[in-house]
Design a protein around this ligand. Structure first.
Ligand SMILES: [Zn+2]
Length: 450
């Protein structure tokens, strides 16, 4: 290894030790330290990965997809470099490689690297990474003032994808934006999707009703949610691709189950202790990669049963006497994600209380106008006993609810909001938070669970 790379690895590991000692979680310091010494540190370290490099991009579902893929590979005995905690900018990816080797100056000793990569960092990361496979989970309006609209996200991803000479794109075929993007490259495309209609959510916001290719309105047989569905362009012929990994017989409660069909084989039954239709896509994405890379998929259901989502992605806490108080924490950071969270929550027909925390720190996006694109009127549901709002933009959130004639209480902090509802005796509490509220909510709930 080049002396500069060795030095960068040593700096990253020293920075990581310093972070641990000072109790700072998920710091980007190790990656920043390494990149300062060797701006292209990812390239030589990634070259040492033995079997394959898989990157996950897309605005929603990256962390769950990437972590499920890591857990599956590790369950089969493979060693994996990953950024499981979701540090998905250039610094986070650099840190994942630089700090993974056991020896102080060593290369990562790993069969696979599985990395979620932020769209805005993708071009820079992929320049050095050269993945074998890239998962595209789907593209939804996200954090407006950071990227200024979905078009910029797509441009950033397009640049990243064209940068890599040869890889397989594993894409959500139900998303016309993702399909359009993937088809701009010459990469091999493998698609997953759901070809049968399963929901009746007709009123949701749909980001891309127009053909990206020619601008004509797309014609849909049906929608799943947001702009996902079975579509074609009547004008230029752009259409949903043939789906390689197609889910059918989808059940969303009491837990997810579905069959996956791939051409020429019998359907495989998949079930997972998760809820939320979006998780069907996350699971399909991982299954497609396993099959495409000739990796074992026979123990997939068993692995799904033991899979614990990364914090704040549908994580369940049990609190109080006899652990009777159940709290579900979930990240909800854009309209598509929020609407999906609401759908999953309303599938649960037992009485519940709801806490919503909205911040507008830099990582959240300063602009919270997207709240107006969420179908909050659906919260006027008989199973929801109370709604408590908190966070820096609690007044905006409360106003948004008021607009659809839904009453809410305001709490000065996420801790206080949770405490009040638990003190009321809530046995089924949903906590929906955007990005920067996630860590504190998680930490607090974890403390209560002990
Ligand atoms: Zn068209």
């Amino acid at each position: 290894m080049h002396p500069r790379t060795l030095l960068a690895v040593a700096a990253a590991k020293a920075a990581l030790t310093a972070c641990h000692l000072s109790g700072r979680p998920g710091s980007s310091l190790p990656g920043r330290a390494a990149l300062k010494i060797d701006p292209h540190i990812i390239a030589p370290l990634a070259a040492g990965i033995r079997r394959g490099i898989i990157v996950t991009c897309g605005t929603n579902g990256k962390t769950t997809t990437n972590n499920l893929l890591c857990s599956t590979l590790e369950a089969h005995g493979y060693r994996v470099v990953s950024n499981r905690l979701g540090a998905n900018m250039l610094e986070g990816v650099a840190a994942a490689f630089a700090t993974s080797g056991k020896r102080p100056l060593g290369y990562p000793d790993a069969d696979f690297a599985c990395l979620e990569v932020d769209e805005a960092s993708a071009a820079r990361v992929l320049q050095d990474l050269h993945p074998d496979c890239m998962i595209l989970t789907g593209l939804f309006r996200d954090q407006l003032d950071r990227y200024g609209e979905i078009d910029l996200t797509m441009k950033a991803l397009e640049k990243a994808i064209l940068e890599v000479p040869d890889m397989t794109l594993v894409i959500n075929g139900d998303d016309p934006l993702t399909v359009y993007l993937a088809k701009k490259s010459a990469h091999r495309i493998v698609s997953f999707g759901v070809s049968e209609k399963i929901s009746n959510e007709e009123d949701e916001i749909r980001e891309a009703r127009f053909c990206e290719n020619c601008g004509a309105p797309l014609r849909y047989d049906f929608y799943h949610f947001s702009q996902l569905g079975v579509y074609k362009c009547p004008s230029c012929g752009f259409c949903r691709p043939e789906i390689d990994y197609d889910a059918s017989e989808v059940r969303l409660s009491p837990q997810l189950s579905f069959d996956v069909k791939e051409p020429g084989t019998a359907p495989v039954k998949i079930s997972a202790p998760m809820t939320g239709f979006y998780n069907v896509y996350n699971i399909l994405a991982v299954y497609s990669v396993l099959r495409e890379m000739n990796l074992p998929a026979d123990r997939f259901n068993e692995i799904l049963r033991g899979f614990r989502p990364q914090f704040g992605r549908g994580e369940v806490f049990h609190i109080g006497d006899n652990n009777k108080q159940r709290v579900l924490l979930n990240l909800a950071k854009n309209p598509a994600g929020f609407n999906q969270n609401v759908s999953a929550m309303l599938q649960d027909r037992s009485p519940k209380d709801l806490v919503i925390v909205i911040n507008d720190n830099a990582q959240d996006g300063r602009d919270v106008s997207w709240l107006w694109d969420v179908d909050f009127d659906r919260l006027a549901d008989e199973t929801i006993r109370s709604i408590t709002v908190s966070g820096l933009r609690a007044p905006d959130m409360q106003l948004r609810l008021k607009y659809v004639e839904i009453e809410s209480e305001r709490a000065p902090s996420v801790e206080k909001a949770i405490d009040t509802r638990l003190a009321d005796g809530s046995e089924n509490l949903y906590v929906l938070v955007n990005y920067t509220a996630l860590y504190e909510a998680h930490k607090y709930l974890e403390g209560l669970q002990k």
